[in-house]
Ligand binder design. Sequence first.
Ligand code: HEM
Length: 147
Amino acid sequence: MYDFLVHFHSGWRWVFLILLVLALVNNLIKWRQNATQTPADQKWNLYAMSAAHLQLIVGFILYFISPKVQFGGESMSDPVLRFFLVEHMITMLVAIILITIGYSRGKRGENETARFRLAFWFYLGGLIFVLAGIPWPWKEAYGAGWF
Ligand code: HEM
């Protein structure tokens, strides 16, 4: 169960990142073109947000079963334990909140151009936080892989 969830969480990052970039580029292009919003535009935003929410759920399950999360004050003085206990969780939570706001603004902005523009900026903010919060394999101490 634990192994499956870690691999799922690791691999799903790519699905999520691809969907996030696709939604972001779509919002940017349509914003610059002053395009009319279609149901397909909202679907791209929805796919990215849903992928983020699934990652959030799996992340929170891992949070309570992973040996890399040790509850207790001592974890704060160990960079790897602090990363998984606090930094990864908070960074990703902020990212997913930004994406969720972006989705809702993309539906309810005051006009169509504003909807694309707001969804773009919130999704871009989310992407920056996600990229900053991933335990990339080159940060070797975190012991995480590519998939
Ligand atoms: C978009 C959001 C997220 C992305 C892209 C993401 C990505 C990742 C990646 C790539 C790993 C390394 C997996 C490996 O070992 O190969 C990881 C590990 C982990 N993530 Fe996330 N994560 C996200 C959100 C969260 C959240 C919100 C939580 C907790 C509340 C969380 C908890 C964890 C934990 C506990 C581990 C360590 C698992 C282990 O190796 O034992 N993640 N995450």
